[in-house]
Design a protein around this ligand. Structure first.
Ligand SMILES: Cc1cc2nc3c(=O)[nH]c(=O)nc-3n(C[C@H](O)[C@H](O)[C@H](O)COP(=O)(O)OP(=O)(O)OC[C@H]3O[C@@H](n4cnc5c(N)ncnc54)[C@H](O)[C@@H]3O)c2cc1C
Length: 852
């Protein structure tokens, strides 16, 4: 056993696939004095890695997860632990056959080999499968299995032999020490209540350190609590059995010769493992386990993450597996040789948790990773810890993405229980969670409910997506609503959205924007603070509103928001609810050294109402005596006005392409302003409109980009068509990269496409929803000179232009207005035209309606 050092640059806790990958990449990036600690013995300390089925499907609807898996697969191949038997997803229902077509389109978008198979073709590659119970399958030839314990051992040993790493096995972390965060004049109102890391306590002694990384899989919440923090993850049971000996496998070479089968309609998988067949299930009742209830190594019959098997829960699944593989699993000479209630991690949104914990400085989390993305996550986390922008955009996995209520045990367990049986489910991209709602409601919630609002949730906020009370508008706008008859596109959608859109363009709409995250930056260093993160020039006059990107050090998008200058030493940042907590941490983390500024999250203090449309000024003028004329309040300015007997911060900007305002006021007064505007607006035809208009139809007609869709770490300002003539003289994060990007011709150009013909082979009109591959005239997916494939980043109706609109980055030489391309949707090709190459809006290209 190694001696325990008294000090370390970083202590990594947990030697599963994640911890081992992380130390390997830290060593590669030049870290020294790193300590890896596990309470169990090497090479299998008792975590989930030790009993995983170890298979890797390359396909995922999330680009981030797909890229992490792709990177991990490459790393496993380099380590020589990857075998490629291929894999199938079989369909027992017509709905699943349709879903498999969607999977294939996603595969094409990400350049993953895949093909649809008939039952007979499936049987050719999996001869022991009863093809009479299936309707077909999707075959993915690059599905593989890995030896994750061996991979971890190799990575750990490489880090050790480079002199970077000390490994302490059989050593338990029993405490994590913190001290108050001595950040001096800089404070963060949301708080780092846990202070900063000073060291860890172990069963073998204490280690001083400023950086502690929790890579503890299902134990992670327990470790976080030692430091006064919360990691929103829960252990949950995933049952797996191993049946053998299987006669057919007796003479097959190596661990696996037959493709892995995912019986997705039944939430199960079957995978050869030597002479046995492993059968795993996500179909049983969700069995949440408290992280504190995970047994110790001594208490465990097998290991702490292999809990005793509960046969009753599995029996129905075994019967269904028998249906699919009757001869093989029904062989009387074979029996269940191994059966566990294995533990896996689940988070409220199904994504991993990577990054520095927002509550405690120096406390990092790299958890809720599967084997399939472990090494990729290890690399991304190591890059982040080194201060680099990760090569793969991992903002969807950011440890800072959760609002406080989303970290509670009640929320995490409710969402985990709700999500568990959807593991292989057919999940619509707009599908809403049901559990733990409502949590955050705006001040006009009751009014909205009375108007028949259909609420979607973002960051805990209930946001009206459309209003059933607007049903009469369907008649008014009949013929212009682009109605959808396809079941999939009609889900979580209503033609009322398009009617609300047209009513807004004709008169005016009131939109509840309470879900905005609002951050105030104040103090003598406030200007320096915003200059340092914003691409745009922030040294503007008081009362100016600036739309700006935030970049990472490589010049990738890290944020997209507006900043108002409220005073010489005070700025207000307004950003999306979903990114609010990440933006708060990013801005705080990037305060220049010694900067005297306070960043305060005032989201719960301020509500926002949006009022837009050609009649917006008339309506606002009826509730205020302040000058809201164009000369009195030009576009891009903000000022305090009196409205409806309240003081309101009015900001003249637009995300929907209309004259209008965002109106900010104290949360508890929001309902009164809603009523005042509502009453004043009725003579002008004001309607309440939902986020369907704000986030999709209005936005897309104007070609406005959205963070996480068009604006990701993979593309840059030049490619997004968002450069400004000049780059400000002041330094800002990502400036050097941005200057270099401006010198290069873009490899891709963000374009607006319109669908020319929606008619499917069955004669039904179909509407792509996003994520579809963009194909050239030869039917191949377009790929730019950097190897990036073209896919639809956003899709939606453009009722005013009468077209279904798609945004997509196209290779620069294909970004030619008027050129004809195609989009693949549900296995069929739909012709599209490049309507705009660049950022000129389709609707009102001169922006006359905004600047009037
Ligand atoms: C039955 C089953 C089948 C699976 N099959 C697959 C599959 O086919 N493909 C796939 O991609 N994924 C699969 N998974 C998921 C996968 O196993 C896990 O997601 C993955 O192994 C997690 O790795 P990890 O490094 O985060 O955690 P772990 O491997 O659990 O490692 C965490 C480590 O932290 C250590 N630790 C905890 N507390 C302390 C402490 N206080 N002090 C010191 N050390 C501590 C533990 O001892 C443990 O070694 C499967 C899971 C199960 C249960």
């Amino acid at each position: 056993m190694n001696d325990i050092p008294s000090r370390a640059r970083a202590v990594i806790i947990g030697a599963g696939i994640v911890g081992n990958s992380l130390v390997y990449h830290l060593a590669r990036l030049g870290w020294r004095d790193v300590v890896l600690i596990d309470k169990g013995p090497m090479p299998n300390p008792g975590g989930s890695t030790g009993h995983a089925s170890n298979f890797i499907y390359p396909i995922d609807y999330s680009k981030m997860m797909m890229e992490l898996t792709r990177d991990s697969t490459e790393q496993y191949k380099q380590l020589g632990v990857f075998t490629e038997p291929g894999g199938l997803e079989v369909a027992r229902t017509p709905e699943r056959m349709i879903e498999l077509r969607r999977r294939l389109s996603a595969a094409k978008a990400w350049d993953i080999p895949a093909e649809l198979m008939t039952p007979a073709q499936v049987r050719e590659v999996v001869p022991f499968l009863d093809d009479s119970v299936i309707l077909g399958g999707a075959y993915f030839p690059t599905v593989g299995v890995v030896d994750s314990l061996r991979a971890g051992t190799l990575m750990r040993e490489q880090a050790e032999s480079s002199g970077a790493l000390t490994v302490l096995a059989n050593t338990e972390i029993v405490g994590i020490d913190t001290a108050p965060d001595g950040a001096g004049s800089v404070s963060w109102a949301a708080g780092r209540p846990g202070g900063r890391i000073t060291g860890v306590r172990t069963t073998a002694g204490d280690i001083e350190t400023e950086t502690c990384v929790i890579c503890c899989g299902v134990w992670s919440p327990r470790l976080a609590r030692m430091a006064g923090a919360r990691i929103p993850l829960t252990p949950i049971v995933h049952q797996m059995i191993s049946v053998g000996p299987i006669a057919l496998f007796a003479d097959t070479p190596g661990e696996i010769s037959y493709p892995i089968v995912r019986d997705v309609d039944l939430n199960m998988y079957e995978r050869q493992h030597g002479g046995d067949m492993e059968v795993g299930s996500y179909a049983h009742r969700p069995m949440i386990v408290d992280a504190d209830a995970i047994p110790s190594i001594e208490q465990s019959v097998l290991s702490p993450t292999e809990l005793p098997f509960t046969q009753d829960d599995f029996d129905p699944q075994l019967a269904q597996a028998l249906e699919l593989m009757p001869e093989l699993l029904g062989d009387e000479r074979a029996g269940i040789r191994y059966a566990i209630n294995g533990l896996i991690s689940m988070t409220p949104d199904g994504h991993p948790v990577i990054g520095e914990n927002p509550e405690v400085a120096g406390l990092w989390t790299v958890a809720a990773s599967w084997i399939k993305e472990g090494p990729g996550i290890g690399r991304a986390a190591a890059e982040q810890m080194t201060g680099e922008a990760p090569e793969i955009d991992i903002h969807e996995a950011d440890a800072a993405r959760f609002w406080p209520h989303q970290r509670t045990v009640a929320h995490v367990t409710a969402r985990a229980a709700e999500g568990f049986n959807k593991m292989y489910g057919i999940v619509h991209p707009a599908e809403q969670w049901e559990s733990g709602r409502p949590v955050r409601v705006g001040p006009a919630y009751d009014r909205e409910r009375d108007l028949g609002a259909v609420f979607f949730e973002t960051a805990g906020w209930e946001r009206p997506f459309w209003y059933e009370s607007n049903t009469p508008l369907l008649e008014r706008y009949a013929g212009r609503l682009m109605p959808r008859t396809g079941e999939w596109e009609s889900r979580w959608w209503s033609p009322i959205i398009n009617a609300e859109h047209l009513a807004m363009r004709d008169a005016a709409a009131l939109i509840d924007l309470s879900a905005f995250a609002v951050l105030d930056i104040a103090g003598p260093g406030a200007l320096a603070a915003v200059q340092h993160v914003a691409v745009a020039q922030m040294d503007v006059g008081v009362g100016r509103v600036v739309y700006t990107s935030l970049l990472d050090s490589s010049g990738g998008f890290r944020g997209d928001l507006t900043i108002m200058r409220l005073a010489p030493d005070k700025f207000r940042v307004v950003t999306g609810g979903a990114t609010g907590q990440m933006d708060l941490k990013w801005i705080t983390d990037h305060l220049p050294a010694g900067c005297e500024a306070v960043v305060t999250d005032v989201t719960s203090s301020w509500t926002t109402l949006g009022l837009w449309g050609p009649k917006a000024r008339d309506i606002l003028a009826r509730v205020t005596s302040d000058d809201v004329s164009h000369p009195g309040m030009p576009f891009g300015t903000c000022k305090e006005i009196e409205a409806g007997g309240l003081t309101v911060l009015a900001s003249r900007i637009s995300y929907v392409g209309e004259l209008g305002w965002e109106l900010y006021l104290p949360m508890e007064q929001g309902a009164k302003l809603w009523d005042a505007i509502w009453d004043a607006g009725q003579p002008s035809g004001l309607i309440a409109a939902g986020i369907g208009v704000y986030g999709t139809t209005g936005r897309l007609e104007k070609g406005y980009r959205s963070f996480g869709d068009e604006l990701t770490g993979d593309f840059n300002l030049v490619e997004a068509g968002m450069t400004r003539p000049k780059v400000k003289a002041q330094d800002f994060v990502g400036k050097a990269a941005y200057l270099a990007q401006r010198e290069q011709p873009p490899a891709a150009v963000l374009c607006t496409l319109t669908v020319d013909d929606h008619t499917s082979s069955s004669g039904e009109l179909r509407y792509p929803l996003g994520g579809e591959p963009v194909l050239g005239p030869d039917g191949a997916v377009l790929t730019d000179s950097r190897g990036r494939t073209s896919y639809v980043t956003s899709a939606g109706s453009g009722p005013s232009v009468g077209k279904h609109i798609l945004l997509a980055y196209l290779p620069a030489d294909q970004a030619v207005e008027g050129s004809k391309l195609a989009v693949e949707y549900l296995g069929e090709r739909y012709p599209v035209t490049v309507a705009v190459a660049g950022s000129t809006p389709l609707f009102d290209p001169a922006n006359d309606r905004i600047r009037c």
